[in-house]
Design a protein around this ligand. Structure first.
Ligand code: FAD
Length: 268
C-alpha cells in the first residue's frame, strides 16, 4: 500500500516528529511505501493568492474557486500544488499529522488544504440534479482511499470527553474528518489522538509509540467512521437535511451524520 503522511510541525526534534518516524518505520516494516509531505521543511505557502493562478492578468479580479477550476483544467496550477496532487493520487491512504493548536490544525496545514484542494479536483465535481448533489461526502476523487488523523493535544482525555469542557474530540475533529477528508471521498478512519503530551517522558513516549504502531498495523482493516453518504438516500436534495426519522431521537449536531446502525467510535 502507498501511504502519504502530510506532516505539520515546525520542529524536527518534536514529539510529533518522533511519532511520525515511528509511523513511517512501522509502515515500512509492514511492506508499505511511504512518502511524507513535511510542510514546514518544504516551506509550504499557506496563503491562497493570485500567484497561484498564473493565467490571471494583473488587473483581473481574483475569484478563487473560478480561478482554481480554470487553472486545474488547463494544468497551470503551480508546481508545488501539482506535486501534492500527484502524491494524493499515488496514495492509497493519507494521514494528516499535527499538534492540536487552538482546537484545530496549524495554519500551514489548513493552507495546504486551501491550495491543494482545487476546484474540479477535490470539489465542484459530479452531476448536480434532483437525485445527486455532486460527488461529495463519500464520493469524489479520493473514493476508495483511506485517510486518518494523528493528533497530539496538551489537554487531558477527560477534557475532550462527552462532557468535557473542550467539547468531545469527535466534534472538534468533525470539520477535518467529515468536511476535509470525507467530502472528497476518503473513507475516514477513527483518529489516533495522544492526550496530555506536553510532559511526556521516555516511558510515556514508549507507550504512545506502541499504541501508534498497533494503529499502523491495523490501518488496512480498521473500519472507517460510518459517515452517511450524501447521495445514498439519507438526505433530502437539494436541502441536504437528514430525512425525518433518521438519526435516532437523541442524536443532534455532528453525531447525526454518523449512521447509528454501524456507528464506529474512536479507537485509542
Ligand atoms: P513537544 O513539545 O515536541 O514534546 C512534548 C513532550 O514530549 C516533551 O516533554 C518532550 O520532551 C517529549 N518528547 C518529545 N519527543 C520525545 C521522544 N522522542 N521521546 C521521549 N519524549 C519525547 N492543546 C490542546 O489540547 N488544545 C489546544 O487547543 C491547544 N492549542 C495550542 C495552541 C498553540 C499555539 C500551542 C503552541 C499549543 C497548543 N496546545 C493545545 C498544546 C499542543 O497541542 C501541544 O503542545 C502539542 O500537541 C505537543 O506536541 P509537540 O510535538 O509540539 O510536543
Amino acid at each position: 500500500m502507498n501511504v502519504l503522511i502530510v506532516f505539520a510541525h515546525p520542529e524536527p526534534r518534536s514529539l510529533n516528529a518522533s511519532l511520525r518516524d515511528v509511523a513511517v518505520s512501522e509502515l515500512e516494516r509492514l511492506g508499505h511505501t511511504v512518502q511524507v509531505s513535511d510542510l514546514y521543511q518544504q516551506k509550504w505557502i499557506s496563503e491562497v493568492s493570485k500567484a497561484d493562478f498564473p493565467h490571471l492578468a494583473a488587473d483581473d479580479r481574483l475569484r478563487v474557486a473560478d480561478a482554481s477550476g480554470v487553472a486545474f483544467e488547463a494544468g497551470s496550477l503551480t508546481d508545488d500544488v501539482k506535486n501534492e496532487h500527484e502524491k494524493l493520487l499515488w496514495a492509497d491512504t493519507v494521514i494528516l499529522q499535527f499538534p492540536l493548536w487552538w482546537y484545530s490544525m496549524p495554519a500551514i496545514l489548513k493552507g495546504w488544504v486551501d491550495r491543494v484542494y482545487a476546484y474540479g479536483f477535490a470539489y465542484g465535481v459530479g452531476e448536480h440534479s434532483a437525485r445527486r448533489w455532486g460527488d461529495r461526502f463519500g464520493e469524489g476523487v479520493f473514493a476508495g482511499k483511506r485517510a486518518m488523523l494523528i493528533v497530539t493535544a496538551g489537554g487531558w482525555e477527560s477534557h475532550y470527553s462527552a462532557r468535557g469542557i473542550n467539547g468531545p474530540i469527535d466534534d472538534l475533529l468533525f470539520p477535518i474528518n467529515h468536511g476535509i477528508l470525507y467530502y472528497p471521498g476518503f473513507s475516514v478512519l477513527p483518529p489516533f489522538v495522544a492526550y496530555r503530551v506536553d510532559k511526556v517522558d521516555e516511558e510515556g513516549f514508549a507507550s504512545l509509540a506502541a499504541a501508534l504502531r498497533v494503529r499502523m498495523q491495523q490501518i488496512e482493516v480498521t473500519p472507517p467512521i460510518a459517515y452517511r453518504q450524501q447521495n445514498g438516500g439519507d438526505y433530502l436534495i437539494p436541502g441536504m437535511e437528514l430525512r425525518p426519522g433518521l438519526g435516532g431521537e437523541r442524536a443532534s449536531g455532528f453525531a447525526l451524520h454518523v449512521d447509528d446502525e454501524t456507528k464506529c467510535g474512536p479507537l485509542r
